[in-house]
Unconditional design. Structure first.
Lengths: 420, 220
């Protein structure tokens, strides 16, 4: 009975949020297309901060050089953040294409970006993590949104390249859900993460309100909350695709997520006046509280699943041990539809599952994703929730212990070592 | 800059209404399926009642050599199916659900009727079937009842001519109360093998020993 009530409450919140987001997308279905880019294209600076990225930096810069954008209007800056490998050498090899290369002592990603900001000459600036690649048409698709003076940043659709490992398959779906949610959040005026890979900012915002916050491990969350706090808008161009290589192993994925979630906690604490504040609209009243509530919801679901699994299997073990594990004789092969679970919670769960599948489908359609994701989705369904709770537990532990969660370069380096 | 989206309370109310409708729909549909399942169990019970009556009549009608014409196995299988489905619904709806309780009372009477008939044919037809009665309570009140039930299911599946009748000790009706008095049932788990009562948990080995002493063979 206790668990029934808990599960009903948790499911109610889950279904409420899912319906709310789906309805938002439906309401704004006529606004999905991006506004056209300005007739006179502005100058854009793309900064690539790199720390020990010799293996992937080349592909990242190649994708920037292939951007469908006048070369005179595109400035590419690589900031080597005290790499100990050949990152600087790789970067220098692009100087012949007009890429500007700087090197500085290691200070973290935020510090590297601030270094770049001081040297950027574009009216708009973007950052591209050195493990990401941008599709040629992305920039033009994003710039039209800046026609409105209130728009300070435009986010792209961040997706994963073709997955190879189980952990990457999970992230492919996670990123696609991110694509869907970011578009919905844009309609709600509630984007609270401007992804490191290729979010375009109005440089004027940095000039007025300062550069990236170097004290946080997720400067992308800090800057987006700051933009919201100052009353600007963050938009999303859902078909401007940017690809990142997903973390290949369990440990690297965990380290990255722990950093993200710890950063989320740090920054929502910094901007706590946004939460439950009517002044900040949907972001304050629903989206940010929901982010925390979703952690609670997932935790309850996972604890319940563990409890049921242990309870049932313990009784099964006791029973089987009493008949010397004669499993063969105790198996029931008769198929009877009577035993299919058709309880109210199962019906509601099926409804939630249908919404989940439609979210993935919509994200695929909106962002023109072509790869087949059936297997990834199956793996995601079974593993994501416990992993999500595990990562959050790690993040809360790191936050309480004030542990240093490093920056992306460290995760990438570890991934390469383990994956090699 | 002060560009902030205003909250649309109407939208939140709409979503609240849709979510509530989804829940009402889920609860109604789920309850409909539950009632269908309870009806299905009731149907099995009715069928069982008819079949038992038919078998009793068959026994009376075949005056000459009734024993060779009797086959009570399909009826016992129906009883076990009803028990299994009842158990499933008890887990789903709770042991205090009035519909489940009503069906369990009805099931107990059907079991008793079958047990009496088997007892009669055992005596008159010189059959050696082992008739086992098992008294249990629900999980919170009896730790070892589930395990005892599992062992008896194993016994039934592994031995020829073994019939197991499970009774919820907490269910009260005149027939069951009389049975408990006759066999001196003190609580749960309790097992009655033919005429002997064991007011304690019985291991598989203990039951097997009794069955072997009675000459009941194992299925090969």
């Amino acid at each position: 009975m206790f668990w029934d009530i808990v599960l009903y409450v948790v499911s109610y919140f889950g279904v409420f949020a899912a319906v709310f987001f789906l309805l938002t997308l439906f309401e704004n279905r006529h606004r999905i297309r991006n506004p056209p880019p300005p007739k006179i294209l502005p100058k854009v600076t793309v900064m690539v901060p790199a720390c020990n990225e010799e293996k992937c930096l080349g592909k990242t810069v190649d994708s920037l050089l292939k951007l469908d954008y006048p070369k005179k209007k595109l400035e590419i800056i690589i900031i080597d953040d005290g790499s100990k490998d050949n990152t600087l050498k790789v970067a220098r090899s692009y100087e012949k294409y007009g890429v500007r290369v700087f090197t500085k002592p290691n200070g973290g990603k935020g510090d590297a970006l601030n270094y770049g900001l001081k040297r950027a000459t574009g009216e708009f600036v973007a950052c591209l993590d050195a493990d990401s690649m941008v599709s040629p048409d992305a920039l033009k698709k994003m710039l039209g949104y800046f026609k409105r003076e209130s728009v300070a940043a435009v986010t792209p659709s961040l997706k994963c390249t073709a997955p190879k490992t189980t952990w990457q398959r999970i992230q492919v779906i996670e990123f696609l859900l991110g694509v869907y949610l970011r578009k919905v959040f844009a309609y709600l005026g509630s984007i609270h993460v401007t992804p490191g890979p290729f979010t375009v900012f109005r440089k004027q915002f940095f000039d007025k309100y300062g550069g990236y916050d170097t004290s946080t491990c997720t400067e992308d969350i800090e800057i987006s909350l700051r933009i919201q706090d100052k009353g600007y808008e963050i938009e999303n161009a859902v078909d401007a695709n940017v690809y990142a290589v997903a973390m290949p192993t369990f440990m690297t994925t965990k380290r990255q997520r722990v950093r993200w979630y710890k950063g989320f906690m740090e920054n929502t604490q910094k901007y706590k006046h946004l939460i439950f504040s009517k002044r900040y609209g949907n972001l304050g009243l629903f989206v940010l509280p929901s982010a925390y509530l979703s952690v609670l919801t997932a935790t309850v679901m996972v604890i319940y699943s563990i409890y049921v699994t242990i309870d049932k299997n313990y009784q099964r073990y006791v029973n089987l041990s009493s008949v010397d594990f004669d499993i063969w004789r105790m198996l029931d092969f008769k198929w009877d539809t009577f035993y299919i679970d058709q309880s109210p919670l199962m019906i509601i769960g099926l409804f939630a599952l249908a919404i989940g599948i439609s979210m993935i489908y919509l994200a695929k359609r909106l962002s023109n994703e072509k790869q087949s994701l059936t297997w990834s989705y199956v793996i995601f369904m079974f593993l994501y929730l416990p992993l999500y709770v595990y990562w959050w537990a790690g993040a809360i532990h790191a936050r309480l212990k004030n542990k240093d969660t490093g920056w992306r370069g460290r995760e990438r380096k570890e991934a390469e070592i383990k994956y090699a | 800059m002060n560009h902030r989206q205003k909250v649309n309370p109407g939208k939140y109310l709409t979503v609240f209404a849709i979510t509530t409708l989804v829940f009402i729909f889920g609860i109604l549909v789920g309850n409909y399926f539950s009632s269908q399942k309870l009806e299905q169990i009731d149907d099995i019970g009715q069928q069982l009642k008819t079949d038992t009556t038919a078998m009793e009549l068959q026994y009376e009608l075949i005056a000459e050599d009734p024993c060779s014409h009797l086959n009570s196995t399909p009826l016992a299988d129906e009883l076990y199916e009803m028990a299994s489905k009842l158990d499933y619904m008890e887990n789903r709806l709770g042991s205090d659900d009035p519909n489940v309780l009503e069906l369990k009372r009805y099931y107990s009477l059907l079991e008793l009727r079958h047990w009496l008939f088997m007892k009669k044919t055992n005596k008159e037809c010189n059959k050696t079937s082992a008739l086992i009665m098992f008294f249990y309570k629900n999980e919170e009140e009896c730790d070892s009842c589930k395990e005892q039930g599992y062992i008896l299911t194993w016994i039934r599946r592994n031995y020829k001519d073994v019939y197991v009748y499970s009774f919820d000790y907490s269910i009260q009706n005149a027939a069951l109360d009389t049975l408990k008095k006759i066999y001196k049932i003190e609580g749960a788990p309790a097992v009655v093998i033919d005429k002997d009562t064991y007011n304690n948990f019985m291991s598989r080995a203990e039951i097997e020993k009794i069955l072997q002493e009675k000459g009941i063979e194992m299925i090969k």
